[in-house]
Design a protein around this ligand. Structure first.
Ligand code: GLA
Length: 678
């Protein structure tokens, strides 16, 4: 899709917020910082179409021309995440309704219902007009549809569309009733008109209804995206189209499924942690994005649609924060060097560049204190100096662009599992698929193993180990995928909560984890949710948290047992040799150190190896390879320098590395490896 060997660098540029003399300063500063891509027009609908069908494109013409003249490419956005005031006044029925039945009003952004015909028509119209005018503009490199799809709605348009979607998924009401187990609490439906979106209700809502609503809304938003994409593509098939993903438990979007519909997976990443957790979150977000991109490319290939140059699995960090980020209670400053470290961590894990929200900090508006590459203080500032330095660094490491990221362990992830575990009627409120994936990923990250994120059904060749954390929803097809892997000699770690329910969130009876009992050689009789702060000791040291289980052996051998409480002496971690493979079961959430040791044992036993075994704690190592060479990214997250064995050329300094490279405190080294010396 995009030529390899050139990383994209830039951020959201909002010329509509500034007089034109500032634009000229902007492009000069962009050149200084080696910015080569900016997102334009994301929230500019009211300036582009100030009144229905009355357009003002002059300013955008001049802005795009100015970029073009300076060799800066544009990711031109469709502005449909923020309909103008006139639209909301003319179409109050297209304003979103909350689960409580409250209709929201214009005044912020995202005030639309994606199922409302008036909104969809207006969105198609503005996308078509933009396509018509700019599809062949020389500065255009990428279409950026909308912004962070995710807003939900419970209006009557949504309810009607939900019924249509359910009829297509389940066929008839009997099947829907069975899938949602509506015999419970007198919820049996005898007419489609009785079915609605899961609005606020008296007590616990139906889990099948909640889950299907999330799936439906993901498909509805995807339909809205695809309508725009098709218009843009038709205007110039050579220009790739994407939309930026927002991450979070609240987001009703199945990003992996969407990946087959975008030409490039684009993610926005704002770590919620401010301590070392931010680096772990960064690594996971990048591995997720790469996993989604790979999954999407495979599905496209299956459908006969060719992928792109980067093995069909391109992804881009589309937004991140240069400095102040929103955290609970106050904004948090990114320490010097951290912005570059985060960006290079994304690039090391396969991003085609590093993009930011935003280029210049606005003087007004709701997010005026959100950080920017050009802060309120102007270019004479630490952040802008770091911006310039990062631009240079990205050029120096660009030769690794397009190379494959090395991974010896696969971790399973599934959006629907995350949604299903949000139901309030589960045995604990601390069940969270994403957090369980993050805990396993963190353990492997700390142990230095490269990880790929895989979706159920993805090919597993080449991985030493597959880890399935809290894969709560398991269809028969997914269970078969795991069975085939283990029969073929695979090594597997399954954690608590996996395999408990089918794809409709109905429990598989006969003992947990119903879908995996044979593979794991265990039968779980009882759950023991633990109170916040409670720990249960394990033999061999360490503790379990959140959850414990009564595990009966049915072929597996115990590896660790509970060492206290009602479960004392009973198995906590087991291993089962099954078919030609080995399957571990972990029935509690081990503390981080214990988890790291357990997964390290499982991974080493499976023949997986850490990326750079000699890298000291706190230094993240990622290797990328292609036919052109091998690159070792070393990110030092500690406050002192470290020497790491390597040989080749360090790209950021140009220095030859004979036996070891020094990675500065809080800094990065990228070594083009001398393969003969390894
Ligand atoms: C998201 C949005 C941006 C901005 C940032 C703030 O990523 O896309 O418009 O609101 O969050 O962090």
């Amino acid at each position: 899709m995009w030529d390899e060997g050139r990383l994209r660098y830039g951020g959201d540029w909002n010329p509509e917020q500034w007089p034109e003399r500032v634009w000229r300063e902007d492009v000069d500063l962009m050149r200084r910082a080696r910015v080569n891509l900016v997102t334009v027009g994301v929230f500019a609908w009211s300036r582009l179409e100030p009144a229905p069908a009355r357009y003002d494109f002059d300013w955008l013409d001049r802005a795009l021309d100015l970029l073009g003249e300076h060799g800066i490419a544009a990711a031109l956005a469709t502005p449909t995440a923020s309909p103008p005031p006139w639209f909301s006044l003319a179409h109050p029925g297209a304003l979103p309704v909350t689960a409580d039945g409250v209709r929201l009003h214009h005044g912020s952004r995202d005030t639309y219902c994606a199922a409302a015909p008036a909104y969809r028509a207006a969105a198609r119209r503005i996308a078509a007009v933009l396509a018509d005018r700019y599809a062949h503009h020389p500065a255009l490199a990428l279409w950026h549809v909308h912004n962070e799809y995710g807003t939900t709605c419970h209006c009557e348009h949504a309810a009607m569309a939900f019924r249509r979607w359910l009829a297509a998924r389940h066929g008839d009401l009997d099947t829907l009733n069975a899938a949602w187990a509506t015999s419970f609490w007198s919820q049996h439906y005898s007419d489609w008109a009785q079915v609605s979106t899961p609005r606020a209700t008296q007590y616990l809502a139906n889990p099948g209804q909640l889950l299907d609503f999330r799936r439906f809304w993901s498909d509805t938003l995807l339909e809205a995206y695809a309508e725009q994409r098709d218009l843009l593509r038709a205007a110039n098939p050579a220009v790739p189209v994407t939309t930026n993903y927002v991450l979070g438990d609240w987001v009703p979007v199945d990003h992996a499924r969407w990946a087959a519909e975008v030409d490039l997976v684009a993610v926005d990443h704002y770590p919620s942690a401010v301590d070392g957790g931010a680096e772990e979150q960064t690594a996971l977000a990048a591995d997720l994005a790469r996993g989604w991109a790979r999954h999407g490319a495979r599905r496209r290939a299956g459908a006969g649609t060719p992928g792109d140059a980067a093995g069909g699995a391109a992804w881009l960090l589309m937004e991140s924060a240069p400095n102040l980020i929103y955290t609970a209670g106050r904004m948090h400053t990114k320490e010097p060097g951290r912005m570059a470290r985060h960006s290079l961590a994304h690039v090391g894990r396969g991003s085609r560049g590093a993009m930011y929200f935003q280029w210049r900090a606005p003087a007004g508006g709701a997010e005026r204190f959100h950080s920017a590459l050009v802060p309120h203080a102007g270019p004479d500032s630490r952040v802008f100096r770091e911006t310039v330095a990062l631009g240079e660094a990205l050029e120096r490491v660009a030769e690794a662009d397009g190379a494959t990221v090395e991974a010896s362990v696969a971790i399973g992830w599934d959006a629907a599992c995350g949604w299903a575990l949000q139901h309030p009627g589960l045995p604990s409120q601390r069940l969270n698929h994403h957090e369980e994936v993050a805990a396993a990923h963190r353990a492997l990250w700390r142990a230095g193993f490269g990880c790929d994120v895989v979706l159920p059904g993805d090919p597993l060749d080449g991985y030493g180990l597959l880890v399935l954390p809290a894969l709560y929803l398991t269809s028969d097809v997914t269970a078969e995928w795991v069975r085939a892997y283990i029969h073929g000699g695979g090594h597997l770690v399954v954690t608590w909560l996996s395999g408990v329910a089918d794809e409709h969130a109905r429990v598989r009876t006969g003992g947990y984890p119903g879908a995996f009992r044979d593979v794991l050689g265990v039968r779980v009789e009882e759950f023991h949710p633990l109170a916040d702060g409670d720990e249960v000791p394990l033999t061999g040291g360490g503790t379990g948290r959140i959850w414990a289980e009564t595990v009966r052996l049915a072929g597996a051998e115990p590896v660790r047992a509970y060492a206290g409480g009602v479960l004392a002496g009973q198995p906590a971690v087991t291993r089962h040799r099954h078919g030609a493979g080995t399957a571990w079961y972990v029935s509690t959430r081990p503390d981080d150190d214990t988890y790291r040791r357990l997964l390290t044992d499982a991974a080493l036993g499976a023949g997986a190896a850490p990326t750079c075994p000699a890298a000291p704690a706190g230094v993240e190592a990622v290797r990328r390879r292609s036919a052109r060479g091998s690159w070792l990214f070393l990110l030092n997250h500690t406050d002192r320098p470290h020497r790491v064995p390597a040989a080749g050329v360090e790209l950021l300094t140009g220095a030859t590395v004979d036996t070891a490279v020094e990675v500065p405190a809080g800094g990065v080294a990228v070594v083009r490896e001398d393969l003969a010396a390894r």
